[in-house]
Design a protein around this ligand. Sequence first.
Ligand code: ZN
Length: 411
Amino acid sequence: MVIVKDEMLVKGVVFYLESDLPSEAKFLLEDFRLAVNNAVRVGLQARVSSRNALVRIAYADFRQDHPRMYAQHLVSAFEVAGSVLKNHRRRVRKGVICRIPYVKRLMMKAENQAYKLDRKSGVIDLPIRAGCHVDLGLIVSQYHRKYLDDTALTLGSLTVLLDRVIVTFRKGAPKPYTPDSVISLDTNERSLDGVFAKDDNIKAVKAEFPDIAMIQQQHHDRRRRLQKKKAHDRRTSRNLCRREGAREHHRIDYRLHEVANAVISFAEHQRSAVVLEDLRGIRSKRSKELNRRLSMWPRRKLHQIIEYKAQWRGIPVVKVDPRNSSRTCPICGRTQDSRMGAEFKCECGWHLDRHINASINLLQTAVSKGMAGGLRFNPGAFQHDVMMILYDPVKGARSEPNGTSGVIGAT
Ligand SMILES: [Zn+2]
């Protein structure tokens, strides 16, 4: 299936502030947090969690407690409280023991009618209360300019933190283009391995991320140690572990975005469709240890990021059922009984790196179902001696294509 449609896409962009948050704005953040935490308590008591229900029940009282707060901000506080309550409810349903939720971080959210952003100068006009506004100067880089200057993007909500703001930009999903080529990727623990097919040429492509498995292992070991060391103090141990987990996600996320960017910019430049395995429903029946090591999380997340970025730029993405993709010969169609080593070998004489072979099968599935924009390809045309590196953890993404030829970075 090609992901599509007249959906609204939203992207949050972080801007650091030019100077410290003015004290009026700090007070507003404190009031906002108070309002959120009050609304959480009210919501728990009344067993409601929708913004509208909270507004109905609590607005009048809140107006009295926070007479000076801008009404729109108060409504946003209900909205934030609503999402806190929903998360809380989900945890309770799952049987996780947890305290009454309490927002500690100083933050506030403003809907798009409740603030103004001058997209030329990068200054936010944030109303605090009647007759009192503050200006927040944003640090604008070239990256930010892309979003500020793009007239196809409209402004969504604004989140204000002590040292930065998050502005959300929105646009309707662009219609995916008709591809000129296809890039098909098999997703593995340490790399994306695949092929790039264009005009009867098929070459191997690779994007490596060996450090992701390493980071997972490192953090896993550290959590183990912490649990042992703090065995007498469960609360500290839990908090430390949670912090470890957040740090791990952070580090991994950063790398996943880099890899995804490399794939996406290549696909965009070549006007490729991207073929990925449909990872849903894949669960291995291995030991707990192996399951952790081969945790599906980063791979699913990588797909999510690639799909999202592709959707944002109108790059068609095709997801196909990966069943038997690593055991099938794309030339004669034979299916091998068991998994083999690093190399796929077939009785018909075909042999190829197992992962790349799998990606050819994914491509074949996509093409046979007409999901690759009517493109044809011949697996026999695979060039065994060419490997294009899309992403190398040491060098980063392969340098921007210079437009003189379709193939750069072949080794
Ligand atoms: Zn064969």
